[in-house]
Write a protein that binds this ligand. Structure first.
Ligand SMILES: [Zn+2]
Length: 298
């Protein structure tokens, strides 16, 4: 398993599968493990690393959302506290998530030295800005629905780090399983999360960490541009420019399916009239040539 980033406080382990990131943060007070993932050897590598650095510190486990790839390593650890969103604790589809994890393992004849279970929470996040302080370590949590209904992010103050779950991945356009409206709101919220907490670095669920404010702001713009372009295509009937999408993202054979799923979900949103504001906007976009012509004549 690759360590793709390391400094005094942060170690990012990256799985060979889907470039999934598992982050270990060490502060003076605590060792924090976020979304320990994928293959059994990889999870055990993370566990052995944590055992080697833990000393007398407490171990906190944080889950950014309930997708099965992000929770599959849960039972390899014996955390003092488990953090997740309230929506993740209340997920009505827990059994589906566990079934997906078990199917994955069976499909590849994978045995694990620990059971697969849905995480149970000690601390749940039910609104934005909830803080948890332990010694000098301060974490702030934000609800970030859109990718899934139960996504959340956390910011660790001292080290200027945001762990974002499956947002702002440089290897993925937005995968919208829940709602493009919520997804957009989550992206809109990021600058204010930044202003309230100050972070420079951001670790997404998959791909490379963004190591500067410019980097994650750029990814945010790309994500919003994807959503707006897809909305415009759906509302005007003008085909979406997939060629440009696959110039930007490297895995079309897999990701085409995610794009089509987004198209399906967002078409349903459009038909249900859920993007009122954007529908108005696209009408004004459609009307614009006339207006411009009018201005030109005047
Ligand atoms: Zn993921």
């Amino acid at each position: 398993m690759n360590i793709i980033y390391k400094d005094h406080n942060i170690t990012i382990f990256q799985s060979v599968l889907f470039q999934t990131n598992s982050t270990v943060v060490e502060t003076e007070d605590v060792v924090l493990v976020v979304d320990p993932a994928w293959l059994p050897d990889e999870v055990m590598t993370i566990k052995h690393y944590v055992d080697s650095v833990k000393g007398g510190k407490e171990l906190f486990l944080v889950f950014t959302h309930s997708d099965y790839d992000h929770i599959i390593g849960y039972k390899a650890f014996s955390p003092d506290k488990v953090f997740m969103s309230k929506a993740m604790e209340d997920n009505p589809n827990k059994e589906v998530v566990i079934e997906q994890a078990l199917s994955f393992d069976e499909k590849f004849y994978i045995n694990r030295p620990y059971p697969i279970e849905y995480p149970s929470a000690d601390f749940t996040v039910f609104r934005d800005g909830v803080q948890f302080k332990h010694g000098q370590t301060k974490m702030t949590f934000y609800l970030t629905p859109g990718h899934t209904a139960d996504s959340m992010m956390l910011v660790i103050w001292q080290i200027g780090l945001c762990i974002a779950g499956d947002y702002l991945c440089n290897v993925e356009f937005p995968f919208i399983y829940h709602s493009s409206i919520d997804y957009e709101e989550t992206l809109e919220k990021l600058p204010s999360i930044h202003d309230k907490n100050w972070f420079t670095r951001l670790i997404p669920g998959h791909g490379d960490p963004a190591l500067s404010i410019d980097d994650w702001l750029h990814r945010r713009t790309e994500s919003l541009a994807y959503i707006y372009a897809l909305r415009e295509s759906i509302s005007t009937g003008i085909p979406f420019d997939e060629t440009s999408l696959w110039e930007r993202y490297d895995y079309p054979r897999l990701q085409h399916k995610y794009h089509l799923d987004n198209l399906k979900l967002m078409t349903r949103e459009f038909e249900e009239g859920l993007w009122k504001w954007d529908a108005d906007l696209s009408v004004s976009v459609l009307n614009k040539p006339d207006e411009m012509q009018g201005d030109g004549d005047a």
